[in-house]
Design a protein around this ligand. Structure first.
Ligand code: PMP
Length: 422
């Protein structure tokens, strides 16, 4: 429910008529506290402005794409310059080769690259490549892990049929015995183990990958001839300047990338090892806009920044300051706040908050103070943030924790949770 008489409310009312459900997918504000805006008007650096002009420090970073700051001048200049000379054409430019060279040089396991648009394109191509390589069907993946919105991995059942998800066996993330059991169940039909780089599911605490789990996944793939796929669409470049499982010393055969690859411009990728090259060449995969040159120019500028600056260390330092500062302030108000995931991709959940009423209340309080946080999805830091942004977030959090601590007995139940669970 948007504030009355706002531009947001007006747009929502009009959207109800012409957009199914008013808005779809993960960006529907129905899934957020009532006062959260559905519509935005602009973004720059670390800031976002809603449709009514309120300025917000944005800890969602567009659900990941904002890595170096919104509208980064150098990256956008590369995009605009390429747009002026040619973008979507009858074929690709040489930038596709340059970008494939840059990515295979950056990512340890990679010998080749295929570029596409969304993360779902990349995960679906990875799945097809593994099936083409092995000529087998079954995929083992972790329960609750998000790999996109295609029928094979869709989180809801509406519009899908059971066959869309057949030949998949689910295991528990970080549980070696469960992984082994799933692989054994696949028998001689295992095409791939599809792994999230960390457990970054919505609504629950995040878990870093255990080295033993990642290593066992590698061994099981080697033993059976299946391909190991790491889905780095969300975590890519926020954990390492390589595939995210490089931090636990495991190289996949395929990795999938998207979101921040071109700092907000539409581009995703599948990277593969030598072993999978023939299969990747055999599958038919394409899209009208997959060869756009301007996002590739933006991606090259982003990768240059990744290679040449301490963007990652900056985000890690600020993320740690945020984590420590929040822990101290929450404790100061007698609140138990669980902060999980890498510091560059934090998730906050309150203890004893089964229907997330505390999380929603806290989010609404933060929003009033100009900070956009998410009550149940991991957030993202970006490299344009500074210590003073973190200080502003902490000051807002201190006041929001205080409000939560006093309001606790009278909080209204969050009825949305029933909708979320559906
Ligand atoms: N994999 C992961 C791990 C993701 O987080 C996402 C998007 N949230 C996807 C795949 C799908 O990406 P997209 O929404 O760009 O299709």
């Amino acid at each position: 429910m948007a504030r009355r008489n706002s531009r947001d409310a007006e747009l929502r009312a009009r959207a109800e008529a012409v957009i199914p459900g008013g808005m779809y997918g993960h960006q529907s504000a129905r899934l957020l506290p009532d006062d959260y805006p559905q519509f935005f008007s602009r973004a720059k650096g670390t800031r976002l402005w809603d449709a009514d002009g309120a300025e917000l420090i944005d800890l969602m970073c567009a659900y990941g794409p904002n890595l170096m700051g919104y509208g980064d001048p150098q990256i956008d200049a590369a995009f605009v310059a390429q747009l002026a000379v040619g973008d979507t054409m009858t074929g690709p430019t040489g930038l596709i080769v340059e970008l494939a060279e840059a990515m295979t040089a950056m990512v340890g396991h990679a010998a080749w690259a295929i570029f596409c648009k969304n993360g779902t394109d990349a995960t679906t191509i990875a799945l097809m490549t593994a099936r083409a390589h092995t000529r087998r069907r079954t995929v083992v993946r972790a329960k609750g892990a998000y790999h996109g919105a295609a029928p094979w991995c869709n989180a809801r059942s509406a519009g899908t049929i059971p066959e869309d998800k057949s030949h998949q066996i689910l295991c528990d993330y970080n549980d070696v015995a469960s992984l082994e059991e799933a692989v054994a169940k696949a028998g001689d039909d295992l095409a791939a183990v599809f792994a999230a780089p960390l457990k970054h599911d919505a609504f629950i605490d995040q878990e870093q990958p255990l080295a033993a789990y990642a290593r066992r996944a590698r061994e099981l793939c080697d033993d059976t001839g299946a391909l190991l796929i790491v889905d780095d669409v969300r975590a890519g470049l926020r954990i390492a300047r390589d595939c995210s499982w490089s931090v636990v010393g495991v190289e996949p055969d395929l990795s999938t990338w998207g979101k921040c690859l071109a700092n907000g411009h539409a581009l995703s990728a599948v990277l593969g090892s030598e072993k999978a090259r023939r299969a990747a060449a055999a599958i038919f995969t394409t899209g009208s806009f997959w060869f756009q040159a301007a996002p590739m120019a933006a991606a090259l500028a982003t990768i240059r920044r990744v290679r040449e600056t301490n963007y990652l260390e900056t985000m890690q330092t600020l993320g740690l300051q945020l984590r420590e500062g929040l822990a101290e302030r929450a404790a100061g108000h007698g609140l138990e706040l669980r902060q999980t995931g890498p510091v560059t991709m934090p998730l906050f959940l309150f203890d004893e908050d089964p229907d997330m009423r505390k999380g929603f209340f806290f989010g609404a309080e933060m929003l009033k103070r100009g900070v956009y946080v998410h009550p149940w999805h991991n957030m993202f830091l970006n490299a344009a943030m500074t210590k003073s942004d973190i200080d502003l977030v902490l000051a807002a959090a201190d006041a929001s924790f205080a409000a939560l601590a006093t309001a606790r007995p009278t909080l209204a139940p969050v009825e949305k949770m029933a909708f979320l669970a559906a």
